[in-house]
Design a protein around this ligand. Structure first.
Ligand code: NAD
Length: 351
């Protein structure tokens, strides 16, 4: 398959592209602006492989998107490019509105223009997969789980911008017949995760002997999915999903934030014993405004209809993730140094 992947230099995008290029022999064109969150080094295993191409471009740039479609002639689009960090969206929402809403609109319009040029068979086979988050559904109480029919209730600038883009993707199918599908996935973790996100931040601060910041009392619950399992689910959605449908993807691995931090401390203590147990580095910090209490996903539809199963349990996935960070400081050291420089300049909210 010939697939145009937006945001392919980011965390999930690069896992997807490695899977497509290295395990599925797909032809892939990555379209990525290379914001602070994009890193071409995450794709170094794909560089030079037949069928792998990279275009540094902004999805808001209609002329460049039109040219990318016309030259690459994709059979599918997997749209992951986004501003993705909730804390940054609270500090400044403008890039979230621009990329997540205007960028998705621009890409849909470019895809629609290209789709109209295809012959009938290619038109029918074409897929536009819009990759989204479970955060569009808001916050859950102690029981229940999000599913495909859960009403939208976004509560942060990030989730509101993603909700808007989900609606655009669905509207372009209903209105213009573009074969779009939407996936909403729970929190991902794994290798190449940008060091500002909870799990890598905790691993790296724990290694450095720094404080381990936990929002509020650490009772917020997330449903964790190993990133390579998400990548496999996205490919299943493009290959076997039905246009117009939504698929909720999750890990059936609900954990309180504090539990996640404690597991990381304990696994690091086993691998690299420190003078004091690393749990002593945990510090509770002022909660994020509008912090959603609990997310959980019922992924029954994607299991039944797409035949997808996650392969990694939380226990094995978190151990693999820790081992990857221990073995790959070439990747995270430069990003972490930039982060601290950004914090000192007041460009990045300190955590
Ligand atoms: P990320 O921040 O790691 O990567 C985003 C990528 O998009 C980066 O490579 C960045 O350079 C690129 N990008 C940003 N703005 C762009 C623009 N205007 N034009 C082109 N490229 C641009 O994000 P991620 O965690 O890999 O998430 C990928 C997608 O999956 C997002 O749409 C996100 O909403 C969704 N998602 C993420 C999670 C999660 O846990 N991380 C869970 C569910 C869904």
């Amino acid at each position: 398959m010939r697939i145009l992947v937006t945001g392919g230099a980011g965390f999930i995008g690069s896992a997807l592209v490695r899977h497509l290029v290295l395990e599925r022999d797909a032809e892939v064109l990555v379209v990525d602006k290379l914001t602070y969150a994009g890193d071409r080094r995450s794709l170094r295993d794909c560089e030079g492989r037949p069928g792998f191409g990279f275009l540094q471009a902004d999805i808001c740039d209609r002329a460049r998107m039109d040219a990318a479609f016309a030259e690459f002639r994709p059979e599918a689009v997997m749209h992951l490019a986004a501003e993705s960090h909730v804390d940054r969206s609270i500090a400044g929402a403008a890039p979230f509105i621009e990329t997540n809403i205007h960028g998705t609109f621009t890409l849909l319009e470019a895809a629609r223009g290209y789709h109209a040029t295809l012959d009938a068979a290619a038109k029918q086979a074409f897929r536009f997969l819009h990759v989204s988050t479970d955060e569009v559904f808001g916050s859950l109480g102690p029981t229940g789980a999000f599913c495909e029919t859960t009403p939208y209730d976004p509560r942060s600038p990030y989730s509101a911008s993603k909700a808007a883009s989900d609606h655009l993707a669905r509207a372009w199918r209903e209105t213009y017949g573009l074969p779009t599908l939407v996936t909403n996935c729970s929190n991902n973790y794994g290798p190449y995760h940008f060091p500002e996100k909870l799990i890598p931040l905790i691993i790296l601060n724990a290694l450095d002997g720094k404080e381990l910041p936990v929002y509020g009392d650490g009772s917020n619950i997330r449903d964790w999915l190993f990133v390579e399992d998400h990548a496999r689910a996205l490919v299943a959605a493009v290959e076997r999903g039905v246009p117009g449908e939504t698929y909720c993807i999750g890990g059936r691995s609900e954990r309180r934030n504090l539990e996640v931090v404690q597991v990381i401390c304990d696994l690091l203590d086993q691998r690299l014993p420190a003078a004091r147990p690393r749990r002593e580095q945990i510090r509770f910090v002022t909660d994020r405004p509008g912090h959603d209490q609990r997310y959980a996903i019922d992924c029954g539809k994607v299991e039944r209809e797409l035949g997808w199963r996650q392969q990694e349990s939380f226990e094995s996935g978190i151990a693999r993730t820790i081992d990857w960070y221990l073995a790959n400081d070439w990747w995270w050291q430069p990003l972490r140094q930039q982060r601290y420089a950004g914090e000192r300049l007041g460009l990045i909210p300190a955590l």
